[in-house]
Design a protein around this ligand. Structure first.
Ligand code: A2P
Length: 295
């Protein structure tokens, strides 16, 4: 299986990256240092704001050269206004102790009014182009190497890409798991050359136990002599997506970076099982925010 995918910029993004969203304080640093071990080209982090300082500290302590690390960060909903983006990015860069991020994502296809946490700014939500133009400017400035989106459905992607973009979206980071495998989005993204990144690839902390007990996966794991988590992580990469398994457990981090191609009949069996039940999302703030994100 590929250990990286090539982005429109020509940069190569690692196919398996360590997700540190929701990782407990104090454990992130250790996880970051460890994730170096099984990635020969680069260490990769997928994360959002609240543990950036800790990630930065771990990176400094590790002594890993900046260019060997892949850092993804995200623009929060309350900072979509063009004037608010650079200051909040600068804050992230300073916490991370770096002068650029490899990938910067619009976290949700929803903009909030400044200083609010659920008052939707409908102009910037319906028209994300001004936000995108500012991000393009920051690519020119060298503070961002690749721009992407997160939690965008096909309609919202097309709403963005119908503008005369100078920089194409490099990735769309979405929930992809056994419970919510989104086959239509996977197919559409492949056809349209947009790389997907899978978050909550093991069904998230609440469901991971149940996910690893799925009979088809246990069977495949047994046949191949690997763990159920490795079956899922391999399946995601084999579907053509970057995968971001979260873990703060050293042995699991190591385990999660060791992927292997599933023989086609076994891959097909897992794909069929995942897409034969009613999809269930584990992350959905729609109601809380008063906006239907998926429409
Ligand atoms: P922990 O961080 O304690 O190691 P997801 O990536 O879908 O959000 O799932 C995250 C959850 O999966 C966390 O609870 C994490 O636990 C657990 N997890 C990650 N990797 C493995 C693994 N290889 N085996 C079992 N559980 C895992």
């Amino acid at each position: 299986l590929p250990n990286s995918f090539t982005l429109p910029s020509g940069d190569r993004i690692p196919s398996v990256a360590l997700g540190v969203w929701l990782a407990e304080k104090g454990k992130v640093g250790e996880a970051v240092k460890l994730s170096k071990m099984d990635t020969d080209t680069s260490t990769a982090l997928g994360h959002t704001g609240h543990n950036e300082a800790e990630v930065g500290e771990a990176l400094r302590e590790s002594g890993i050269p900046r260019k060997e690390v892949w850092i993804t960060s995200k623009l929060w909903n309350a900072f979509h206004a063009p004037g608010d983006i650079e200051p909040v990015l600068d804050e992230s860069l300073s916490k991370l102790g770096t002068d650029y991020v490899d990938l910067y994502l619009i976290h949700w296809p929803v903009a909030f009014k400044k200083d609010t946490d659920n008052e939707v700014d409908w102009n910037l939500t319906d028209n994300p182009y001004p936000t995108w133009q500012k991000l393009e400017e920051l690519v020119e400035k060298g503070k961002i190497r690749n721009i992407g989106i997160s939690n965008f459905n096909i309609r919202r992607i097309q709403n963005l890409t119908s503008n005369p973009l100078k920089v194409r979206p490099a990735v769309n980071q979405v929930e992809l798991s056994y419970w919510n495998p989104q086959p239509e989005l996977v197919k559409w993204s492949k056809e349209n050359g947009l790389l997907l990144e899978a978050y909550s690839p093991l069904g998230s902390a609440e469901r991971v136990k149940e996910t690893l007990e799925v009979p088809e996966v246990k069977k495949i794991a047994k046949i191949l002599g690997i763990t159920p988590a490795q079956v899922y992580i391999s399946w995601h990469v084999q579907r053509g997506t970057v995968v971001l398994p979260k873990s703060v457990t050293p042995s699991r981090i190591e385990e999660n970076f060791r992927i292997t191609r599933l023989p086609q009949p076994l891959f097909d069996e897992l794909e069929k099982a995942a897409t034969s039940h009613k999809p269930e999302r584990s992350v959905d703030p729609s109601e809380r925010w008063g906006v239907d994100i998926w429409n």
